[in-house]
Design a protein around this ligand. Structure first.
Ligand code: ADP
Ligand code: MG
Length: 729
């Protein structure tokens, strides 16, 4: 076995960068080549069908089923021209990742032959065999099957020989079994709420869209080394492994050049992404060795989410081609930075106003302040829920690990914006606002210099930072579906904006002037949401204390964080905003707890297995070698001198004996803890038991294994070490 490690290291060393097939045309020409975008729709659809479809996409009008056949026909023609033979409904079940079931275009032609066929009916709706997707009991209770339904707002695309149709996935009784259905509803909620508030300032605004620009962090590991680590293969992270002597202390990876094999991988990935219409733009090394980042230009939120899901599957596929494995796990390696997925979020009107950007006139700035403050209101009121939306068995290792946002949601605004809000809150109302006779309204809202706001000081410890013209939600996990966080954020802000409008309208109905009413309410809200504002060091212990005092959610146990979804406030918010009903929230929580348990269960099995079958045998083998040495030294030098000369070996023999004994006992206890937890019926209680009793044991086992790695001969050690996993590429 020990040879396997040296063999794979040797093989990995010899690998050269792959030659990438670079298209001869410019990126702007092959961008979106594999997407049925507007240009293609126009070309392949009859004009009236095209117009109806664009109306559905742009204005959210209902899809007229009568155009479905014509759309399907156009899509099929385009797809066949690209050599496509199959189609699939592509959806996002509650497990991470995407799901698809491929069907060929063929149908009987009635004359004993086959024809390529694709009807509107098949485009619009399908019944994938849904029994294997998690549903939290919804389908059992309602005895209904799930079906997938076309989302016309996200264009279909081609992967290899298959036409992929983005769809929602719901039960027959209408409950969402996926991420996309509630995401679309949350987008509608915030569109409605934000448009109404916008109309106080700009009556011509008809729609407000959510922008999302994600930044995807990931690790690359050589594929041969990967396969020699059963923990990586089975759990996506290393369950053991001592720190490499050198890791990220020097920051040399972050600023260094991109390694050649990685460069080729990135280039390949970018070309494929662009063909699929993902507007990738930025690539660079990240802080940890072996860690990288990729970011596109921001897009409409629903499309951006789909593109991120698509990108994650492309990353895996292309990594394999380059003999790499991509690790999307939030914390593949202990002791160095983990990976996140920053979600840059903002709102734009259909008239092109970026609502989270400061304006030039006092009125524009008042609107800007309203959208900033109401965003903060939503985040403040539902800070625990927002944390729950990014919590998972895997992201749990990253949040609060002093390298990523802490497990407390707060918002950094920077000095400029802080001063502005303080001014509005504290200034005399008369001074802020007066009706200066014929000159009309005068608002003393200081203008923020463009340059300064663009250079907002960056506070890397803040989970929800204002970065000039958007908020950056940094607690999202690298492996997660962005939609989970976006559903909560959109809905929370939609609720805040709705409440804001109700209160302003009441004041107006009571005879107050509009601008004055807006100022009154906003001044009140600035005070209310103040506890969420924090510009200091989020990693410090003082912050934990302070946050507790402020009443922010400081829960760090993942299964308990999920409780926030079922709080009265949360249920009311989701229901009044028409995003999800209580039974859906309950069902989804069942899935979350179950998923949590399963992941820890697998990890616990793997670490137990590795400890007993890899670590202890190797350690014992080395111990026997040392014992032989001691024995022969005593034979040569006599008992006293022999012992004296082999003092170090004797102490290692003892250390190995002590540690293997502890490991054995721990593994036994781990198995017992699992047995006890497995008997628990309630998913929530079971997940809590796994969190409280299983994970601490795993950490203890790991501790002793890592210590053994330091003393056992390198020659004998079977698992590739951190320095090999992280530095060979
Ligand atoms: P960073 O400096 O944090 O690395 P970048 O400038 O690379 O950030 O941008 C990160 C992401 O934020 C990109 O996807 C970018 O398109 C996106 N972004 C920029 N402006 C906005 C905005 N107003 N709303 C949403 N996303 C935005
Ligand atoms: Mg960023």
């Amino acid at each position: 076995m020990a040879n396997l490690r040296f063999n794979v290291v040797e093989r990995a060393f010899k690998k050269r960068p792959l030659n990438v097939d670079v298209p001869t045309t410019r990126p702007s020409e092959y961008y979106g080549k594999l997407v049925f975008n507007r240009k293609r729709m126009y070309k392949y659809l009859p004009v009236d069908v095209y117009e109806k479809l664009v109306d559905v996409i742009d204005n959210g009008s209902r899809l007229d089923r009568s155009i479905a056949d014509a759309v399907a026909k156009g899509m099929k023609q385009w797809a066949l021209e690209h050599g496509v033979t199959h189609y699939t409904h592509w959806f996002q079940p509650l497990t991470e990742g995407t799901a698809e079931k491929h069907d060929a275009f063929v149908e009987h032609d009635g004359k004993g032959g086959m024809v390529e066929d694709f009807s509107g009916k098949l485009l619009v709706q399908q019944e994938p065999d849904a029994s294997s997707f998690p549903n939290g009991g919804i389908r059992n209770t309602f005895e209904a099957r799930g079906y997938s339904a076309w989302d016309p707002t996200s264009p279909v695309f081609i992967i290899d020989d298959t036409l992929c149709i983005p769809t929602i996935f719901i039960s027959y009784t209408g409950e969402a079994l996926d991420y996309k259905a509630p995401l679309l509803k949350s987008l509608r909620a915030i569109n409605n709420a934000a448009t109404e508030v916008c109309q106080y300032f700009n009556p011509d605004v008809k729609q407000v869209h959510v922008n999302l620009g994600w930044e995807q962090e990931y690790f690359l590991v050589d594929e041969d080394l990967f396969f020699a680590r059963p923990d990586l293969v089975l759990t996506g992270r290393t369950l053991m492994g001592h720190d490499s002597a050198k890791n990220q202390q020097m920051d040399d990876h972050y600023f260094g050049t991109i390694p050649e094999r990685v460069q080729a991988y990135m280039q390949d990935l970018e070309i494929e992404s662009l063909r699929l219409g993902i507007p990738v733009k930025t690539r660079h090394n990240e802080v940890a060795p072996g860690q990288f980042e990729l970011a596109p230009i921001f897009e409409e939120c629903n499309l951006a989410v789909d593109h991120n899901m698509l990108l994650m599957s492309l990353m895996k596929k292309i990594a394999h081609k380059h003999s790499f494995r991509v690790l999307l796990h939030e914390k593949p390696f202990d002791g160095i930075n983990g990976s996140g997925k920053h979600n840059n979020w903002s709102l734009t009107t259909d008239t092109g106003i970026l609502l989270h950007r400061n304006g030039k006139t006092p009125e524009d700035n008042l609107r800007f302040v309203v959208f900033i403050v109401e965003t903060l209101m939503g985040v403040y009121k539902h800070n625990g829920l927002l944390k729950a939306s990014v919590m998972s068995a895997t992201n749990d290792h990253r949040l609060g690990a002093n390298e990523a946002p802490p497990a407390i949601i707060s918002s950094f605004l920077g000095t400029q914006l802080t001063d502005l809000l303080d001014h509005i809150e504290l200034a005399d109302k008369e001074a802020l606002f007066n009706l200066a006779g014929k000159q009309g309204m005068k608002l003393d809202i200081p203008e923020i210099p463009e340059l300064l706001i663009d250079n907002t000081d960056r506070n890397r410890t803040s989970p929800f930072a204002f970065t000039g013209n958007r908020f950056e939600f940094r607690a999202v996990g690298s492996e997660a579906n962005c939609a989970s966080a976006m559903i909560v954020l959109n809905t929370a802000v939609a609720e805040a904006l709705t409440n804001f409008k109700t209160r302003v309208d009441t004041l107006i109905a009571n005879g107050e002037d509009k601008a004055s009413a807006i100022l009154d309410v906003i001044r009140e809200d600035i005070k209310t949401c103040k506890p969420i504002r924090f510009d200091g060091n989020g990693y410090s212990d003082e912050w934990k204390e302070e946050a507790t005092k402020r009443g922010l959610d400081c829960e760090s146990s993942c299964p308990l964080c999920f409780d926030r979804y079922l709080d009265e406030d949360a249920v009311r918010m989701f229901e009044t905003m028409n995003v999800m009903a209580k039974n859906e929230l309950e069902a989804r929580n069942e899935v979350k707890w179950e998923t949590y348990t399963k992941r820890i269960q697998i990890e616990a099995r793997v670490i137990g297995d590795l400890a007993m079958n890899h670590i202890i045998p190797v350690a014992t083998e080395y111990q026997t070698l040392l014992a032989k040495n001691v024995k022969s030294m005593i034979e040569i030098f006599g008992r006293e001198e022999g012992k004296d000369l082999t003092e170090r070996n004797i102490s290692i023999i003892k250390e190995i004996a002590d540690r293997t004994k502890i490991i054995e006992t721990d593994v036994e206890e781990l198995v017992n803890a699992r047995k006890v937890a497995n008997k628990i019926e309630c998913q929530r209680e079971k997940a809590i038991a796994y969190h409280d009793t299983v994970t601490p044991k795993m950490e203890e086992i790991r501790y002793h294994i890592d210590k053994l790695e330091l003393v056992v001969s390198n020659e004998l050690w079977t698992l590739p070490k951190y320095r090999e996993l992280l530095f060979i590429r």
